[in-house]
Design a protein around this ligand. Structure first.
Ligand SMILES: [Zn+2]
Length: 254
């Protein structure tokens, strides 16, 4: 279970497995700032309120003024190497970012999809992953772990992973195209009262992480559904295109 915290009027979620690693700064945002409209992503960008909220969010979690790397997310399996901060400013297209840079924030924007934050036990490298059904079908979580191992020589056994708030299996009805694309019947749930199957996104991604070598006990999964918990989260399925956006962030302190 992720822990709810509040600092400088901003409410966010923290992961115990990531908290145990010195120098790792991380958080999953909620919609609660002064009111319940603390959006960290624009339905249409650029938006001065969003820029202000983002700066306030990273300051409240202990990373004031750090450059924020924000990907142009396209529901792909593409992992981006962040080797310098010139990528701050939405230029890079992809759905996961990895870095060993210190004093830089990697960010993932969601409103129902899964945000996944990763760090190794010595804080040598971090990753942030965006996985909806398409990214999951493209094995983005698994690919990201393999890239971390390959590029930074970290051992998958030393990784801690936090899977943030996302649309739960309770609410994530999908069509046959999704069942076919994911190709693993065990991650879908069917109930007599549901007209269509529901996808358990967290379980699909958990399986990928374990397959890549991450120990099960080092994977922490949020049980909160973004669509059910209107008090805490924005949800694309509940609110549509104009919905606010949540931001999940991770970085290494210098
Ligand atoms: Zn739900």
């Amino acid at each position: 279970m992720l822990q709810v915290r509040r600092h400088s009027q901003v409410t966010f979620l923290h992961s115990e497995v990531l908290d145990r690693i010195p120098r790792i700064v991380h958080a999953f945002s909620t919609r609660r700032g002064d009111r319940n409209d603390f959006t960290l992503g624009p339905p249409s960008s650029p938006n001065p309120i969003v820029q202000m909220n983002r700066a306030r969010f990273v300051a409240s979690i202990g990373a004031p003024g750090w450059p924020i790397i924000k990907l142009n997310q396209v529901h792909s399996g593409t992992v981006c190497d962040i080797d310098d901060t010139s990528a701050a400013g939405e230029a890079v297209e992809g759905d996961a970012a990895i870095t060993a840079l210190q004093g830089v924030i990697l960010s993932i924007q969601t409103a129902d999809c899964i945000p996944i934050l990763v760090a190794d036990s010595e804080a040598r490298a971090v990753a942030a992953i965006h996985a909806g059904w398409r990214g999951t079908a493209a094995h983005i979580a698994e690919t990201t772990v393999l890239r971390l191992m390959e590029k930074f020589g970290v051992d998958a056994k030393s990784l801690a992973v936090a899977v943030g708030p996302h649309i739960g299996v309770c609410c994530y009805e999908v069509g046959d195209d999704v069942v076919e694309a994911i190709g693993d019947a065990a991650v879908f749930e069917r109930r007599p009262e549901w007209p269509k199957p529901h996808l358990n996104l967290a379980e699909a991604n958990r399986r990928q992480l374990v397959r890549a070598g991450v120990p099960e006990g080092q994977i922490e999964i949020s049980l909160l559904c973004t669509r059910c918990r209107e008090d805490l989260f924005f949800s694309y399925r509940r609110e549509g295109k104009g919905s606010g956006r949540l931001l999940s962030v991770i970085g290494i302190a210098p």
